[in-house]
Design a protein around this ligand. Structure first.
Ligand code: TZP
Ligand code: MG
Length: 217
């Protein structure tokens, strides 16, 4: 098992970049999150050219170094070009078996799922983790759909054994509930990248997640 794959068992706060929402820019956000202890970063960029994405992805990879897993959203070509640690894909992106064939066994593949059926299918098709979405209503992703609520996390937890990353509408007020209901890790995009202090927000999320995981274990 690669070192980065081992790190996947230890993730708590998961950073997804958003250059449209970010106050200080993607690279600054990644830097701030990683120095604050974030162990997984997903480069999610919908507007830039492939050339710009490759240049930025190389910089993100360098910031992550050995400290954080570095994944690229959707763009398997970009992930391959920069030798990222893996990808995060959605239900309408490249089928996971095809992505695995292209990326090989060593790369990490995360898949967005919306319910227990997609989660079981994700595990059976070789996903390394699932992103369960959206837990709450969110304005950050226009087509995310209605929040499924925290109780659904436990249903998924009871059905699969790969890590569950919760996403959608999560903030510091509701994040305890998300972890108590079975999420291993969580994403909070706007709550972190729209803040003036990404380091402080990342540290606070990590502390709350860790404290909750310790309490329920
Ligand atoms: N995928 C599902 S919901 C979402 C994505 C990228 C947006 C989450 O953003 P926020 O600001 O944490 O609700
Ligand atoms: Mg996608």
């Amino acid at each position: 098992m690669g070192a980065k794959r081992e790190l996947l068992m230890d993730i708590d706060f998961y950073l997804v970049t958003d250059s449209g929402l970010s106050k200080k820019g993607t690279l600054s956000d990644v830097q701030d999150a990683v120095v604050s202890g974030c162990k997984i970063v997903q480069y999610r960029e919908k507007k830039k050219s492939t050339k710009e994405m490759i240049a930025e992805a190389l910089q993100i990879k360098a910031i992550c170094g050995d400290d954080a897993i570095f994944l690229v959203n959707d763009r398997i070509d970009v992930a391959l070009a920069v030798d990222a640690d893996g990808v995060h894909i959605g239900q309408d992106d490249m089928p996971i078996d095809v992505a695995r064939e292209i990326l090989g066994e060593d790369k990490i593949i995360g898949l967005t799922v919306h319910d227990i059926h997609e989660a079981i299918e994700a595990e059976n098709s070789g996903a390394d983790y699932v992103g369960l979405s959206p837990i709450f209503d969110t304005a950050t992703k226009s087509d995310a759909g209605k929040g499924i609520g925290t109780e659904r996390i436990m249903d998924v937890k009871n059905a699969i054994s790969i890590p569950i990353v919760a996403i959608g509408g999560i903030n510091k007020e509701n994040c305890r509930d998300v972890i108590e209901n079975g999420a291993d890790s969580l994403v909070a995009i706007s709550a972190v990248v729209c803040s003036d202090d990404v380091q402080r927000e990342t540290k606070e999320f990590i502390a709350t997640i860790r404290e909750t995981l310790d309490r329920i274990s």
